[in-house]
Design a protein around this ligand. Structure first.
Ligand code: DX5
Ligand code: ZN
Length: 222
């Protein structure tokens, strides 16, 4: 199943609720929420209070991308705020196995993200533990950056590792994905697509529908 996860980082923050409703009504299955602490990444975005308010706007899956040091400190708070899925960075967790299980014990889905320079082999021990893996296709911290082409090899390699292990785990890709390069990302083996600027530029509902149409065509082999 192919899933679109619009990143609200590129939305108009002065009317965030409407922006989220727009993409949800147009059919986006996930809402991607980028939480940044100014330490793991240079920028600061938003946290629990914003997510809690948005929770009232939609019942779509809240895919919370934690770009923070030691995200294990915030799992319970994020659950209270309304997260469905929490994605932590391998590079930000000293005890990754513990953090993944903390998330799952809260009843949430657990995902692990890798920065562009982190090899997928670092996931080999926890392949069967996570519900999703996120391959960053830009250096995290900002929206609107250019897709890094070598990350396609990482997606391919990770999909092969999962296949070898008999796992059909979701692979999410985040950063610089647009309607013009998304097919190569799907070809490489990803099935959850984050898009910020490509969705929220101009008409967010039309852009959402365009991505979903590409997914449909892709599935039917058109
Ligand atoms: C980057 C964030 C992304 C970002 C994607 O650090 O994790 O989710 O919002 O934005 P685009 O799609 O514009 O690259
Ligand atoms: Zn993100």
């Amino acid at each position: 199943m192919y899933i679109l996860a619009p990143s609200v980082l590129a939305a108009d923050f002065s009317k965030l609720g409407d922006e989220v409703r727009k993409v949800a009504d147009a059919g986006a299955q996930y809402i991607h929420l980028d939480v940044m602490d100014g330490a793991f990444v240079p920028s600061i975005s938003f946290g629990m209070p914003v997510i809690e308010k948005l929770r009232g706007c939609t019942d779509r899956v809240f895919d919370v991308h934690m770009m923070v040091e030691e995200p294990g400190r915030y799992i319970a708070d994020m659950k209270r705020a309304g997260a469905d899925l929490i994605c932590v960075h391998q590079e930000a967790c000293c005890h990754l196995d513990r953090t993944i299980h903390q998330i799952k014990e809260c009843g949430l889905k657990a995902a692990v993200a890798l920065n562009p320079a982190t090899p997928v082999e670092t996931l080999s021990c926890i392949l069967s533990e996570a519900d999703m893996f996120l391959i960053m296709s830009v250096n995290p911290g900002f929206g609107g950056q250019k897709f890094i082409p070598y990350t396609l090899d990482k997606i391919r390699k990770l999909r092969a590792m999962l296949n070898d292990a008999g796992l059909n785990t979701d692979i999410e890709v985040d950063g610089g994905v647009s309607a013009s390069n998304v097919r190569s990302v799907l070809d490489a083996g990803a099935n959850v697509i984050v898009a910020g600027s490509a969705v929220f530029k101009n008409d967010a509902a039309a852009n959402t529908r365009e991505f979903l149409e590409i997914f449909r065509e892709y599935k039917t082999g058109k």
